[in-house]
Ligand binder design. Sequence first.
Ligand SMILES: [Zn+2]
Length: 312
Amino acid sequence: MKMTNDELMASLKTLLGRERDVMVEVLLHLGEVEARGLHLQLAYSSMHVYCVEALNFSEHQAFERMTAARALRKFGVIADVMRDGALHLSGLAMLAPHLTDGNHEALIAKARFQSKRAIEVIVASMKPEAPKPDRVKPIVPRIKALGPALVEGFMSFAPAAPAPAKAPVEPRFAISFSASQRVKEKLDRARALASHRVPSQQLEAVFELALDALIEKLEKQREGAATKPRPQPTPTPATLHSRTIPRAVRREVHQRDKHQCTFTHDGRRCTERAFLELHHLHAFALGGPTTTQNLTLRCRAHNAYEGERLQL
Ligand SMILES: [Zn+2]
């Protein structure tokens, strides 16, 4: 790099200006892709999934950029503030949920050239009661605080102790969230009721029991998974042409489609497994029957997308 120091610093400044311009353009493009629903067409259930899987953003980058992209689409004035370098991406992502038609100009002005920490304070002062965000964080085990030599030295003092078996370490997670008084009371009640099964009263064990019960209940509801499969009734004209989908049909469709959205584009299948809905391939409104063959699983986004397409 054959530059003088002054040239180097000037060049860096120019590059950063260009980087901000490009960033704003990227955000505007992301907003437009979302508005046109192009990610849905390409078999991604959300822009977040599209950003992570197709654009290779990290989860955090995807979250920040999409939050910023939506704010930018809504409040055009932000674009120039970002181009000037007066508001960084992280700052905008923090402010975005609090921006309204009425306050965005004042809030953006307050956040100009502020650090991430200072913007955190601005946001916190707006909503002092803002709940702590939910967190699920892997716990990284501390690997041998003592070096191997020291450990060996230590071991030699205790020859009687058998060498501990090298059991694979199960990953652990720290999970935290804030909860209302109502939820706290339910937790206390569940803990008390489960005390015979969880004598330790450990929260983890109580939560696992609660989740098992919830999963079993929801799976039954969603898939119509009867504990004892009943003999399947022969479809009558009444069931074929009813919007109510029989449990057995529901279960069959879920199992056949492997509990995943079946929307496909160019050989890529949507990966969504949450909020699945049953979709009539041949539209119900146009006389499509309620049968396993005519039903398929769609995520909420793709079900809505196809519903809109049908109305075009
Ligand atoms: Zn989908």
